[in-house]
Design a protein around this ligand. Sequence first.
Ligand code: NZQ
Ligand code: ZN
Length: 393
Amino acid sequence: MTDFSYFTPTEVAFGRKSEDKIIPLIRKYGGTKVLVHYGGGSAVRSGLIPSIRQKLQEAGIPFTELGGVVPNPQLSLVRQGIGLCLGEGVDFILAVGGGSVIDSSKAIAYGVRYGGDVWDFFDGKAVPVASLPVGVVLTIPASGSEMSDSCVITYGEEGLKRGCNSDVCRPKFAIMNPERTYTLPPYQTACGITDIMMHTMERYFSSEASLHITDSIAEGLLRTVREDGEKLLQNPSDYALRASIMWAGSLAHNGLTGCGAPSDFATHRLEHELSTMFNVAHGAGLAALWCHWAGYVMDADPDRFARFAVEVCGVEPGNDARTTALEGIASMRAFYRRIGMPTSIPELIGRKATEDEIAVMAGRCSRGKTISVGNFKVLRYDAMVDVYHLANE
Ligand code: NZQ
Ligand code: ZN
């Protein structure tokens, strides 16, 4: 196992009445002029934004608003948000939505406290040292951004989607009311289930053995999300199931399930190119790739995949690790199909990717053949092309 640090400073208010804490928490973390940042309208239609407006007005806290964050959030709106915050003297950002809104908020928060272009943080020219405080009212469990150190922004004009990882902008608080997720369409719920599991699978499949306790936590989380996720799609208004998935989404990506081993995240890196190229939902892109990545890399450590098959997928242990491992991958493919997720690029986008598109995605993912991704097995440009080809069948 490797040494690690575990830093999860986000205060969580969870449950049906958690929205009562919005004003006390904004005050606690120093907000005196708030930007309420949200997406394409679901939070307005559900009544959440109107209720937040009312709470802020009654509390006498001045605020301004910026809606319109799209899935795979865009740098152009981030820049607009930075200008708005500077012009209005905003000192606190309230993100109301999912990963796209939270990441857009984090990027605005970095940009307000930086003299240069905020994209510098995403193309590696600068490292954040300060940000505005960000609070979250979560409406979709998926990205884990409400507790993560990560922020992923798309530079649409350049065809780039890049992440910035820094503890500087971990959210100060996250309000999580599972009832707010009842309105999610089944497809978005399934995308979330996929992404949540993947955040822990990216940590579970590592070149090094992790702590026993970390493996146990990871396997328990993965088993639970798989089982509860499938039940939830049959019972979308079941509070206990919504709550289970919502809390799992935060735990899967706040660092807890990766303590003691380096993480992989190759499937994520490959997916970010898919969602940039084809503007698809992140979770669906992950489902389209994972089984192909798994088949490509499993011989690096078949025992690890066999353990996953037994502990997470409920496969009967066999004498041969490789056979058990393959049964686990097949079980995940069947699971994705049952929850309505694609398991290949053609199922994701309705056609095969062209050779040119694959070359562009692998080129971007490898930053022009200069970097590799992954840790369970290191993937360079040619290996990235191989995985995209496998997923393209
Ligand atoms: O825009 P609105 O109208 O709000 O609709 C959203 C959006 O269309 C809708 N939605 C959200 N809550 C809803 C709802 N619809 C009905 N009822 C509700 N309660 O769901 C759609 C998807 O929202 P989005 O925020 O895009 O989803 P998600 O949370 O999956 O975030 C995806 C983004 O997060 C990034 C992804 O790459 C992608 O850009 N990620 C961020 C990470 C992080 N910061 O730690 C890690 C992840 O691996 C991921 O890369
Ligand atoms: Zn993800």
